[in-house]
Design a protein around this ligand. Sequence first.
Ligand code: NDP
Ligand code: OXD
Length: 310
Amino acid sequence: MTIIVSHPSPEKIDWWIEQLTPLLPGWTIRSIHDPGEPQSVTYAVVWKPATGAFLPFPKLKAIVSLGAGIDHVLADAELPRQLPIIRTVGEDLTQRMREYVALHVLRHHRDMPAISANQSNTEWQQLVVPPATRRTVGIMGLGNLGGAAAKTLAGLGFETLGWSRSRREIEGVTSFAGDAELDEFLGRCEILVCLLPLTASTTGMLDAALFDKLPEGASIINAGRGPHLVETDLLAALDCERLSHATLDVFAVEPLPREHTFWSHPRVTVTPHIASLIDAPTGSRIVAANLQRFERDGRVADQADAARGY
Ligand code: NDP
Ligand code: OXD
C-alpha cells in the first residue's frame, strides 16, 4: 500500500510521514511532491490539496481528510467524485470543541469583552447579567461537534437550542430542523454558535438577513468555516450595535491577513482556527486505524457523504 501526504506546509508533510510510518508497518508513505510510481498510490492523506492533485493517481481507493471538514477536498473542481472521503474525527476533537464553545459562550454570556474594555480604562463597573438558565444559546449544526457542544451548554444550565437538517434527540436540547424552522430558532438565540459544515447551502448563511432575525444585541461565535460568514454584513451589524460581539475562529482567508479589520475591531475576538485541532499522536493513530480498517473492510464509520457535502 502506498500513501501520499499532501499539506500546504512542507514541514507538516514530513511530520505526518514521520508520525504515520511506525503506525503502518509494511505501508509506504511518501510526500505528494515525491510520490514514486503514480500507479502504486492507493491512499491520499490531505489537508487543503491543490486543484487536480489526485489526477496523476489512477489507483487511489480513498482520500483521508486531516480534519472533520471535507470542504477543502470537495473544493477541487477536478476531484474524482467517486472516491470515498474519510474524516478524521474522535473524542479528542469533540472534547476540544466542547471546551472552545463553553469558553466563548460563557465569555459572551458574562459580558467579558465589556469587562476587559473597562479594565483597559481602569473603570470599575459592576455589570449584572442573568444566570445561564435565563440565557438562550443556539447551535447551528448538531453533528459530532455541535451535538457535543450543545450537551455541554445544557449541562451548564443554558437554555440550549440546536438547528440541523434532520431533527436530533439530545437531552436538554430543543431541536429545530430544516429551513422551515430556522426563523423560529434564530428568533430565540441570544448567543448563536455556528458549527455547520461548509456546503453549497450553508455558504454565506451568516449574513445581514440572518442577523436581523436574532434578538437585538445578540452575539455570534463562528467555529464552522470562514465562508459561512459575510464579513461586510457582520461589520455593519456590529457597527450599528444590532449585534454586540463576534468571536471568529475561521476565516475566508487563513491566516487572517495582518491588515484585516477584524484584528483590531473592539467587538470582534479573533482566534486562529484553534477551536479544535486534533493533537499529533492522537490524530495519526486515528488516521492509521481508519486506513487499516478501510483496506480491510472497504469502508469506515467516519466516511463522509460527498454528495451531501459533509
Ligand atoms: P457533522 O457532519 O458531524 O455534523 C454536521 C451538522 O450540520 C449535522 O447536524 C447536519 O445536519 C448539519 N447540517 C449540515 N448541512 C445543513 C443544512 N444545510 N442545514 C441545517 N443543518 C445542516 O460535522 P462535525 O460536527 O464533525 O463538524 C462540523 C464542522 O465543524 C466541520 O465541517 C468543520 O467545518 C468545522 N470544524 C471546525 C474546527 C475548528 O477548529 N474551527 C474543527 C473541526 C471542525 P444533520 O444532523 O441533519 O445531518
Ligand atoms: C477540521 C478543522 O475540519 O480543523 O477538522 O477545521
